[in-house]
Ligand binder design. Structure first.
Ligand SMILES: Cc1cc2nc3c(=O)[nH]c(=O)nc-3n(C[C@H](O)[C@H](O)[C@H](O)COP(=O)(O)OP(=O)(O)OC[C@H]3O[C@@H](n4cnc5c(N)ncnc54)[C@H](O)[C@@H]3O)c2cc1C
Length: 490
């Protein structure tokens, strides 16, 4: 297509948000152009190829499979359920906080896992009834009650059930993992909603073909409904005319025109870089600039010459053993305050999905792919410990977590936070650009509509509920429906 061409809607970005939004808009009958700055689509869920491996750019597992927004999106596009989510029998090997146990995919095998974990963590028997009550209450909570918990923290919620410092810390850590935020910064309502869907949908897994097949499939649906997708086309500016949007300018002054533009980059970047702060009411610009994001991670992609484990994911914290008295809400806060100052804490949290155990085709026969990461500050925090310290600590912890991995390394690619930030084009590099804090969920989340006529935002920065990728996909679909509704109303 030619520069200068006119569309109904231009969507910026092909991550989960942009690909879902563009596809649903095309299904609604709009003439849609979807622009991606990178040579490959998928944003955080993109990939690269190396020595016969198909390697995820991010570090992902997916909570709800086809039962959540991914399945809804492909069904709405008339594609049925082409995405195939796989679950390994041993889903997550949990190592750390004195626990060393494998969470099974089968619910029938869950009680022995839970019992073993409680025994290893030396949880006193008398505390078990309150933990049981916590699970029952959480699973039974109504939508209305969940809304009431939106504006309080996970830490507040857990305090209702236990005053045991160790248990409090571990429960808070586990239930806030979804959001890459600590328990005192995560919204309890958001956590309860996600926990309910995680348990009810029984779908935690990974798609055949790698994470990128999800946005790729949405984009196939978009093209099937007439949308056009252009890679290697960074949007440099959104064109403004008469106080509303008129299109976008890309590299080499290529212009594409549309009365509606949807941006899926971070809201602050949309306001400051793509449009210009002065076009917005100052209250909106200030809101965009004061958004709190989640944290992010340094990452390692490790190709192994042979398969060293059968599990789908290894996660936890290294060193594995910690004196029970050393784990308290206060000590967790102190550790996190170090991260907030750019200092690496003494413990290293690890999350390491093993994509080739879900889909062996992602690695050459008999080989294995580890995609590990470890929490790190966003780029707006000045690092006192340099990137190498964060990466070396992650690698030490990873090789302790996955026995026999170090001896079988074929390649070891590591990524700083700057590297992922540059790939996704979001300045802070956050995993979730509008973090799910108590003041940024539910009706307090930035909306899809902006004060500028024709400018909409979606992805993980605006609207919806859910964990990372599913939040972004849900947001993309809801934004497309809103644009459709508003255009029909005129
Ligand atoms: C290390 C890591 C681990 C994570 N783990 C999980 C997990 O296990 N499960 C989970 O569900 N979520 C996880 N997440 C979060 C999840 O990946 C994101 O929340 C989600 O994918 C964001 O989707 P998005 O569409 O909003 O943005 P992105 O995927 O970031 O897509 C934005 C797209 O816009 C493009 N773009 C930006 N600016 C421009 C421009 N000017 N012109 C053209 N294109 C542009 C980018 O290149 C990119 O393709 C993780 C994230 C990270 C980084």
């Amino acid at each position: 297509m030619e520069s200068g061409e006119k569309y109904d809607v231009i969507v910026i970005g092909t991550g989960m948000g942009g690909s879902a939004c563009g596809a649903i808009l095309a299904k609604h009958g709009f003439k849609v152009l979807i622009l991606e700055k990178n040579p490959r689509v998928g944003g955080s869920c993109s990939y690269y190829e190396k020595e016969g491996f198909k390697v995820d750019m991010g570090t992902h597992m997916f909570i709800r499979g086809n039962k959540g927004p991914f399945g809804e999106c492909t069904r709405r596009l008339g594609m049925g359920t082409p995405l195939k989510f796989v679950r390994t029998p041993g889903l997550a090997w949990v190592r750390g906080f004195n626990v060393d146990a494998c969470m099974p995919a089968s619910y029938a095998r869950m009680p022995p896992f839970l019992l073993r974990s409680l025994i290893q963590a030396e949880v006193p028997v008398k505390k078990i009834p309150s933990i049981t009550r916590f699970f029952i209450d959480t699973m039974r909570m109504s939508e209305e009650k969940i809304e009431e918990w939106n504006e309080r923290t996970v830490e507040d919620y857990i305090s209702l059930y236990t005053d045991d410092p160790f248990l409090h810390s571990i429960m808070g850590y586990l239930i806030s993992l979804y959001f890459i935020l600590p328990s005192w910064q995560s919204s309890a309502g958001e956590a309860i909603w996600n926990f309910q869907h995680f348990v009810r949908d029984k779908s935690l897994g990974y798609p055949k073909g790698g994470a990128v097949v999800i946005p790729q499939t949405f984009l196939e649906g978009a093209e099937m409904h007439g949308a056009q997708v252009l890679t290697d086309t960074p949007v440099e500016k959104i064109i403004m005319e008469n106080g509303g949007v008129a299109g976008v300018v890309s590299e080499g002054n290529a212009k594409f025109y549309a009365p509606v533009v949807v941006s899926t980059t971070a809201l602050e970047d949309t306001v400051r870089k793509l449009v210009g702060r002065d076009y917005f009411p100052s209250s909106y610009a200030k809101m965009a600039e004061s958004i709190k994001s989640s944290y992010i991670a340094v990452q390692a992609k490790i190709g192994l010459k042979k398969k060293v484990t059968e599990v789908g994911c290894v996660c936890g914290s290294y060193p594995f053993k910690v004196p029970r008295d050393n784990i308290t809400p206060d000590s967790m806060r102190e550790k996190f305050q170090l991260v907030e100052k750019g200092i690496h804490p003494e413990n290293t949290a690890i999350y390491c999905p093993i994509p080739s155990n879900f889909d062996p085709d992602l690695a050459p026969p008999g080989m294995q792919l580890l995609t590990g990461c470890s929490v790190a500050p966003t780029t707006d925090i000045e690092l006192q410990d340099p990137p190498r310290v964060w990466i070396d600590n992650m690698l030490t912890a990873l090789y302790e977590m996955v026995p026999n991995a170090k001896e079988n390394v074929l390649f070891e690619d590591t990524f700083t936070v700057d590297a992922i930030a540059s790939w996704i084009g979001k300045s802070s590099g956050a995993a979730v650009t509008t973090g799910q804090t108590p003041d940024q969920v539910g009706d307090k989340r930035p909306g899809y509509r902006t004060p500028i006529k024709g400018l909409y935002v979606c992805g993980d920065g605006a609207g919806a509920r859910g964990v990372g990728t599913e939040l972004a996909c849900q947001s993309g679909m809801e934004c497309a429906d809103l644009i459709n509704l508003e255009s029909r109303r005129g």
